[in-house]
Structures are given as structure tokens and as C-alpha cells.
Design a protein around this ligand. Structure first.
Ligand code: 5GP
Length: 187
């Protein structure tokens, strides 16, 4: 389970991790009600669903956890994704904001939690560069990032994403070690 402030570069780091450890991990694709950004695909980054569809799935208890995040958009981890990945003999990799991350940490035995951190000025720069959100939403996310950084110590590992290659190999080392000692990859 990977968490950290918005703009810490979790997505890039995760793609690099998958490249370094082929066939061992798979990203559990979350459902969200937020609009699709350019370049994103339904079923790859997220399952992009309507608020009604999301509510129906909440009622049907299809989510391991779900949250309402920036601008009232909802994000949730589908139990079916976790089951599918574990049945295939791989370890599910989850990318969650802090609140959902703490839920998974407390409720999923054997979960390994990593907080990906970055300096605040870096976070702000990356959020601006991405610039797909409105200015108001960027301020909202930077503010949130500042508060989220305070949670770093509540997770099993903290990886500072100052340099992609270095951070990715540190993360790959953690996952390799955990996969040999834990049961998280077994169905
Ligand atoms: P973004 O809108 O930038 O793709 O994601 C915003 C935040 O939502 C990120 O911090 C990401 O980790 C988090 N997120 C994505 N999917 C889920 C999910 O299923 N549950 C929770 N709790 N957070 C999620």
C-alpha cells in the first residue's frame, strides 16, 4: 500500500516499481467519480464511474474502503480487484490517500504500508506543472499535502522521492524483502 501527499510522485514511482519487479505486483485499479484527465484510460488508472454507480457499489459493500477527497470526488478500493490479483498469485499494490491508507493498515492483516514523501516546494511545483486542476484546487491540494506530511510516521516505511531512480530502487528493496517474509502475495 502506497500513500503520501498529492504530487509526491507516487504514480511514477509505482510504474517504475512494476518495471523493476515484473510479474510480482499489480496495481489494484480503484473506482472514482472524478473526471478523467487527458491521457487516462477507463480501467487503467481508474474505473471512472458516476456518483450513482459509486453509491450503488457502496450499498452493495463492494469497497474495502472508500473516501470523499478533493472537490467532493469519491475514490474506493474494490474488493474484487484485490481478490482477482491475489488469485493470480500476485501482490496487490494500492495507491491511497492517507485516510484510506490508515483504514487498510488497521484492517488488512499483513499489509505493508509505505509513505512516499517529497519536499513541500517540490509538491507545489509538481501540482502546478500537472496543472489539470483549477488554481483553487491546486491551493486546496498543497494545503492538504502540508497536513498529510505530518502522517509519515504512522506507516511502516517512509521513502523520500527526491530522485526517481534512487527512490524506486529503495522501494523495490522494501517490496522484495517483504514478499520473501510475508504472506501478502499468496491468495
Ligand atoms: P488523483 O485524483 O490525483 O488521481 O488521486 C487523488 C488521491 O486519491 C491520491 O492521493 C490517490 O492516492 C488517492 N486514491 C486513489 N484511489 C483511491 C482509493 O481507492 N481509495 C482511497 N482512499 N484513495 C485513493
Amino acid at each position: 500500500m502506497i500513500t503520501g501527499p498529492s504530487g509526491a510522485g507516487k504514480g511514477t514511482l509505482e510504474r517504475e516499481l512494476l518495471r523493476l519487479l515484473p510479474g510480482q505486483l499489480e496495481l489494484a485499479v480503484s473506482a472514482t467519480t472524478r473526471p478523467r484527465r487527458p491521457g487516462e484510460e477507463h480501467g487503467r488508472e481508474y474505473w471512472f464511474i458516476s456518483a450513482q454507480e459509486f453509491a450503488r457499489r457502496v450499498d452493495a459493500d463492494e469497497f474495502l474502503e472508500w473516501v470523499e477527497y478533493v472537490s467532493g470526488h469519491r475514490y474506493g478500493t474494490l474488493r474484487a480487484e484485490i481478490d482477482r490479483i491475489r488469485t493470480a498469485g500476485r501482490a496487490p499494490m494500492l495507491d491511497l490517500e492517507i485516510e484510506g491508507a490508515l483504514t487498510v493498515r488497521d484492517e488488512v492483516p499483513g499489509s505493508v504500508t509505505v509513505f512516499v514523501d517529497a519536499p513541500l516546494h517540490e509538491l507545489e511545483r509538481r501540482l502546478r506543472e500537472r496543472a489539470t486542476e483549477s488554481t483553487g484546487e491546486i491551493h486546496e491540494r498543497v494545503d492538504l499535502a502540508r497536513r498529510q506530511k505530518e502522517h509519515a510516521g504512522e506507516f511502516d516505511y517512509v521513502v523520500l522521492n527526491d530522485d526517481l531512480g534512487r527512490a524506486a530502487s529503495e522501494l523495490a528493496g522494501i517490496v522484495r524483502r517483504e514478499l520473501t517474509t510475508a504472506t501478502i502475495s499468496r491468495p
